[in-house]
Structure formats: C-alpha cells, structure tokens
Design a protein around this ligand. Structure first.
Ligand code: IPM
Ligand code: MG
Length: 373
C-alpha cells in the first residue's frame, strides 16, 4: 500500500494539463502515493446540476489531502443556462465548488506564498518574499445573501438598525444584501497561523490588512484579536494597514512585507496583487489547510481559451505540489522541487509564453525534473 492517498481533482480548462506537469515532478521525486481521480467542475454542473458531487466529497474524506487543478466559475444566471435540458428550471443554483470544499471540510487557512525567483523577467523586483494568510471559510464568502430582499430580514433590520431606515422605501426586488460574517474563533485561527508561520521562518512582521475605520464591527474584531495574539510573539511586529493602502504599498514597497493576514475577500484581492508583482498567477500557489486535511491548488483559474494547448505556465501548480510535500512532512522532496523551479527560472532557457518563451507546459515540468539536483 502506498504511504499516502491523494485526491486528484483536475477540474476545468487548463487544470488537467498543469496537473499532468505536477505529476511528472511528483513521480520524479519518488513520492510514495496513490492518486485517485475525482469529479469536479463545469462538466458535472452541466450534466448533474452539481459541480461538486457527493461522491467527490466522500473521496476527499477518504484521502490524506488533495491536489486541485482549476475551476471555471460563472454568475448564477449564466450557469443556469448551460444545464442540460432535463435539469433546466429545476431549481439548481450554481455555487463555486472550491469555495464549497473549503467550507465543507473547514479548510480555514489559505496560505499563498509570493516569492520572486531570481531571473524571472516578470518580477516587479527580485527581493520580494511575502506570504498571504487568507481566512478561508467565512467573511463575504459566507454565502449569506438575499436578492430579492427577504421581507422578514428587512423588517428585522429596520427594527434593529437605525441606518437601515434610509432603505425603507426601496422595493424588495431593488435591494440586494451580502453579509460579511466574522467569528472571533476564525479571526484568532488565521492570525495565529500567520504568527506561527512568522515565528517558524524568522519573519520580522505580520501585517493585518482590514478596514476598521469604515467596516467597524468585522474588521474591528479581527484587529482586536490580532493585537491580543501579537502579545504572545514578542519578537514579531504587528503592523495594521487598511486594505486600500495595502494595495498601494504592495506596488510601492513590496520588499518591506513578510506575512500579510486578512479576511476572505480582502485576502483574495491582495493575493492576486501579490502574485502579479512576482510574475503573475502563473507563479502563485496556495495551500487550503484545516486541522487535519488540506487541499493544494494554483491561485490561477481555468484559462478556458488556452485549454488543451499545453501552453500555460505550470509553475504555480508545481509549487502547489511543493506546498503539499511540505504539509505531508516530506521536506527533502519539497526542497528538491523548489530548487528545480528556482534553477529553471534562473537559467531562463525553458520558458512558457507568459515569460516570453515558446516552451510547453510539459517542457517546463521536464526541465524542473532535470534541474532538481
Ligand atoms: C481564489 C479564486 C476563488 C476565490 C474563485 C475561483 C471562487 O479567486 O482561489 O482566489 O474567490 O476564492
Ligand atoms: Mg482569487
């Protein structure tokens, strides 16, 4: 029996080809694993009215961890039109399977390293090395939303909130509401994970990225918890920066930052921005981690226009595999993969189109294998 059972979810678009690239690298380090394919994504939405079938959730529950390719998401009305005729108008509502998995399995911590590899022509600067910790299960992603507005909720809000009065006359159909839900425990968990990481890797600061001057209750809760937890880590500074200013600082002085921590939506935004300054989404990987399960994925989407062309950069997916190796405790293998990636980028001979080259997805993977040492 293999040492690990790993769920293999390719998803949509370029997911399949970047995972093929990752598999070359995992096989080359010699990871002792059984990979079990699972169904997820657009194909299953169209055919079954569910992009995350129950059998896939069962598969996840029976494995050590999951590698995940990419997903196509569309707004709910557009998604509904693509259902097979038998499923039309049966009340199926599309929701993102990756968001669903994070919540169902309580993968509360999304870690997204953004490191500039030397020699990458797309780097904004070569000395950027930061890590985003994104709360992964609640906030604006909690899914507590109304449109048309629900009359009971409307009445309750009118009764309990003075500021709601100004919307009193708005017809229910002209009002949409998306709630930002924070719990103290999730704030504590994400902040603590950020500090633990900073401690382990001798980082000097943790920056909490919120907007407490305006979004007083949710951002306020996060900041207060961060201040309390920071006291337990005397060697590490806590910086507090509003999310808008953070975007500006990330463009201006990204080299000043070590660890960033934010709620779900703000973390989503700053992680794309952080990815771009180290070469773009082709280099950005993420680890979705719970207490005893984790899912690893590139931060990029399914890039439908490139699907099947073996053109896209597999580095993000290969680095996601590296995060998986670290999480499994296979540190030696993880180092080998990172060395391979660093060498390939450093030498600059094998490059996909985004880096100005003509090499294919699998050329890059094979070169990483050659240069792993
Ligand atoms: C990400 C993506 C997802 C998100 C999408 C695909 C639902 O943007 O992982 O950052 O919003 O979390
Ligand atoms: Mg995103």
């Amino acid at each position: 029996m293999a040492k690990y059972k790993i769920a293999w979810l390719e998803g949509d678009g370029v997911g399949k080809e970047v995972m093929e690239a990752a598999k070359l690298v995992l096989d080359a380090v010699g990871l002792d694993a059984e990979y079990i394919k699972g169904d997820v994504g657009w194909e299953f939405w169209k055919a079954e009215g569910n992009p995350l079938p129950e059998r896939t959730i069962e598969l996840l529950k029976s494995t050590n961890c999951c590698l995940f390719g990419a997903i196509t998401s569309k707004p709910k009305d557009e998604a509904a039109k693509e259902l097979v005729p038998e499923l039309q108008d049966k009340g199926h509502v599309y929701s993102s399977p990756i968001v669903g998995i994070r919540q169902l399995l309580n993968l509360h911590t999304n870690m997204r390293p953004c490191k500039a590899f030397k020699g990458n022509p797309l780097n904004y600067r070569d000395d950027i090395d930061l890590v985003v910790f994104r709360e992964n299960t609640e906030g604006l992603y909690a899914g507590v939303e109304f449109h048309p507005m629900n009359p009971d909720v409307m009445n309750a809000l009118l009764e309990h909130h003075k500021k709601m009065q100004k919307f009193k006359a708005v017809p229910l159909d002209d009002l949409a509401l998306s709630c930002r839900v924070f719990t103290r425990s999730a704030c504590q968990t994400i902040v603590r994970d950020a500090f633990e990481y900073a401690k382990k890797f001798q980082r000097k600061s943790v920056t909490v990225v919120e907007k407490p001057n305006v979004i007083r209750e949710t951002s306020g809760l996060m900041i207060r918890e961060a201040r309390k937890i920071a006291k337990e880590y005397p060697g590490i500074e806590l910086w507090e920066t509003n999310v808008d200013a953070m975007c500006m600082w990330l463009v201006k002085n990204p080299q000043d930052y070590d660890v960033l921590v934010a709620s779900n939506m703000f973390g989503d935004i700053i992680s794309d921005l952080s990815a771009q300054i180290v070469g773009g989404l082709g280099f950005a990987s993420s680890a979705n981690m719970g207490d005893d399960y984790a899912l690893f994925e590139p931060t990029h989407g399914s890039a439908p226009k490139y699907a099947g062309q073996y053109k896209v950069n597999p580095t993000a997916m290969i680095l996601a595999s590296k995060l998986m190796l670290e999480w499994l405790g296979e540190i030696k293998y993880a180092k080998q993969v990172e060395t391979g990636v660093a060498n390939v980028i450093g030498e600059g001979k094998v490059r996909t189109y985004d880096m100005g080259g003509t090499s294919s997805t699998l050329d890059v993977a094979n070169e990483v294998v050659k240069k792993m040492g």
